[in-house]
Design a protein around this ligand. Structure first.
Ligand code: NDP
Length: 293
């Protein structure tokens, strides 16, 4: 049976470390990092997510600024808000919660964020930094996955990693991070011919597909490490819903060496990495070293 990778516990440890780093920044440099989160419109899932971000930001000792705007906000008004936050010295990290309403161009808004405050790591400048090996801000979810993998496996050098999914948010930055760790990286997607065959060769599988329980246990190589990024809500017999990943957990845990559960695996790492990125962004902007924590 696979070892369960406890993302919830790891994320709690990471948040505590961020808290210690924030305390050191305050004591040594008189700096309190600040994170601004912008939420447009009424999306219950996004509202829960934004509330959690604010709570965890404050718990880590940082300042949290929340900007809620009506669905009817114009693109220009949103760009003006981003510009204001770019210039606000109390704000070290800016996160615009996606998705945005249809009349607003996501890319245009993300491109307006100062790359040094882009704690989501989605700005093309940060994408370029990641792929060229320059220091920069890295997207939170893949960063969380790579931290879990390094914690579990130690040196990732030479491992064959198959990432299923090629989104800009998860799949592609995940590939860059694993390449940086000297993995042999393969990205599979909806046009991949023999997906099962590709997954079978993998020492590391990262599933970021958005299709419930698609990857089955018999697709896996014995002892593989499986990171399940997927979050899919399915109805239960009791008329409620529950979350499942992109990997069929029950069959996969019989074959894998280690596996992240859903929930409690990758999910909690995302906000913890956002807090981590806010500290990194602050240090970058203020020209101070990131405290060890
Ligand atoms: P996207 O929908 O942007 O990308 C999905 C990717 O999966 C695409 O590259 C697509 O290929 C590929 N794909 C779809 N169907 C198949 C298939 N049958 N076989 C092979 N590949 C396929 O999703 P995201 O990357 O944004 O998210 C992926 C999952 O991760 C979702 O479940 C999402 O909810 C979850 N997620 C979780 C987060 C967390 O905090 N834990 C954060 C972000 C996402 P193609 O490009 O060819 O269309």
């Amino acid at each position: 049976m696979a070892e369960i990778i406890d993302g919830k516990a790891f994320a709690a440890g990471l948040r505590e470390r961020v808290g210690r780093q924030v305390a050191t920044l305050g004591e040594k440099h008189g700096i309190t990092p600040g994170l601004a989160v912008v939420l447009v419109g009424e999306n219950p899932a996004s509202e829960v997510y934004v509330r959690n971000k604010g709570k965890q930001t404050r718990e880590a000792g940082m300042e949290s600024f929340e900007y809620k705007r009506d669905e009817s906000i114009s693109e220009q008004e949103l760009l003006d808000l981003v510009d204001e936050l770019n210039r606000d010295e109390r704000v070290n990290g800016i996160l615009v919660q996606l998705p945005l309403p249809d009349h607003i161009n996501d890319e245009k808004v993300l491109a307006a964020i100062d790359p040094d405050k882009d704690v989501d790591g989605f700005h093309t400048v940060n994408v370029g930094r990641l792929w060229t090996g320059l220091p920069g801000l890295v997207p939170c979810t893949p960063l969380g996955c790579s931290l879990l993998l390094k914690d579990k496996l130690g040196d990732l050098s030479g491992k064959h990693a198959v990432i299923v999914g090629r989104s800009n948010i998860v799949g592609k930055p995940m590939a860059a991070l694993l390449l940086r760790e000297n993995c042999t990286v393969e990205i599979a997607h909806s046009r991949t011919h023999d997906l099962q065959g590709e997954v079978k060769r993998a020492d590391i599988v990262v599933a970021a597909v958005g299709r419930r329980e698609m990857i089955q246990g018999d697709w896996l190589k014995e002892g593989a490490t499986v990171i399940d990024v997927g979050i899919n809500r399915i109805p239960t017999d009791e008329g409620k819903t529950r979350l499942v990943g992109d990997v069929h957990f029950e069959s996969a845990e019989k074959v894998a060496g280690a596996i992240t559960p859903v929930p409690g695996g990758v999910g909690p790492m995302t906000i913890a990495c956002l807090l981590n990125n806010t500290v990194e962004a602050t240090c970058l902007q203020r020209g101070v070293e990131v405290p060890a924590g």
